[in-house]
Write a protein that binds this ligand. Structure first.
Ligand code: GFB
Length: 309
């Protein structure tokens, strides 16, 4: 990938896309193409085709997706399946038709079976049933992987797919109904602290284990893969460590400075019991995560305080 390549970052306002955009700008890439949702509806095939035919990006980064936490995924399987299929089909097809030399498709660790071996190697894909709370999203992402691999096999396209673990950082969604756990707990503890409340509600049993990667680490990994990885085989991007939701909640309370109680709402689903990625493949190529969880949470909390009043 060259500094003068035109690079289209689909989804540049989201958690992932905005981090990739920051990273590419900082590294001196200067032909960065972005479009807001109002400017380009990625679910509209004709609009996407016209955009690609006009701009002909050399590199395409598929960071646009309908995403959400366990509740949003569980409540809206139709939207998660349909919108993600539409967005990724339009982007991947148009990238090929317009002659893009490389495409990076971003999946998710939820593509792996609910009871996959831990840490989860890339070879676990399609080895068993999925976690029901996010099956629709996972099926869409698996279809995206298979479409990229099919373009590679049938047409020799350099379309790669990376599987990030649970992410957090600036520009995350902090809506309590639709967000992921880390953003939700940052907001709940902050609001409890500022209002003088003595407890926050945390969903589930607290026992599931999750791995959290700062989105700036993910952006660095994406750039690394764009420059160093040309295989259609999927590749994991993770932090290499996990912790229980209870431990995460306690860590967030410490960072925010909230010393009240945790009330567990066991009517809410736990989701998959554990989701730790095996990152030996990307580490063997020369990339490793750099941002410790406590530091990343503190930085994200500072961002939240500056942007949500
Ligand atoms: O982050 P999260 O929504 O998604 O939830 P998943 C992780 C765990 O945190 C679950 C618990 O066990 C939740 O029950 N949790 C505790 C909370 N309190 C809260 C809270 O206030 N809000 C939320 N959201 N959770 C998602 C998938 O799964 O992970 C997506 O649904 C995607 O498809 C994403 O793969 C990365 O880790 O369970």
């Amino acid at each position: 990938m060259k500094k003068e390549d035109s690079i289209f970052i689909a989804g540049h306002r989201g958690l992932v896309g905005s981090a990739i955009l920051r990273r590419l700008r900082a590294d001196g890439f200067n032909r960065l193409l972005t479009r807001t949702r109002a400017e380009l509806d990625l679910t509209n095939r004709q609009a996407v085709d016209d955009f690609f035919a006009r701009e002909k990006p050399a590199i395409v980064i598929v960071a646009a997706a309908k995403v959400g936490g366990i509740k949003a995924n569980n409540d809206q399987p139709v939207e998660f399946l349909l919108e993600n299929l539409q967005i990724q089909n339009n982007l991947i097809r148009a990238a090929h038709e317009s002659g893009a030399s490389k495409l990076l498709f971003l999946g998710s660790s939820c593509i792996y079976p609910k009871h996959a071996p831990q840490p989860i190697p890339e070879s676990a894909l399609l080895g068993g049933p999925l976690e029901p709370t996010n099956e629709a999203y996972a099926i869409a992402k698996i279809a995206g992987i298979k479409l990229c691999q099919s373009y590679a096999r049938e047409y020799g396209a350099n379309f790669i797919s990376a599987m990030p673990t649970n992410l957090y950082g600036p520009n995350d969604n902090f809506d309590l109904e639709t967000s992921h756990v880390l953003a939700a707990l940052l907001r709940k503890t902050h609001e409890a602290k500022t209002s003088g409340s003595r407890a926050i509600v945390v969903w589930g049993s607290g026992e599931p284990r999750r791995e959290f990667l700062h989105v700036d680490d993910l952006a660095a990994a994406c750039l690394f893969l764009l420059q160093n990885y040309d295989s259609p085989e999927i590749i994991n991007i993770g932090a290499g460590k996990d912790l229980t939701i209870r431990e995460l909640a306690e860590l967030i309370c410490e960072v925010v400075g909230f010393d009240g109680d945790l009330d567990w709402d066991r009517s809410k689903p736990d989701g998959t019991p554990r989701k730790l990625l095996d990152i030996s493949k990307i580490e063997s190529l020369g990339w490793k995560p750099a941002i410790p969880l406590r530091q990343g949470i503190a930085q994200t909390y500072a961002w939240f305080q500056a942007h949500h009043r």
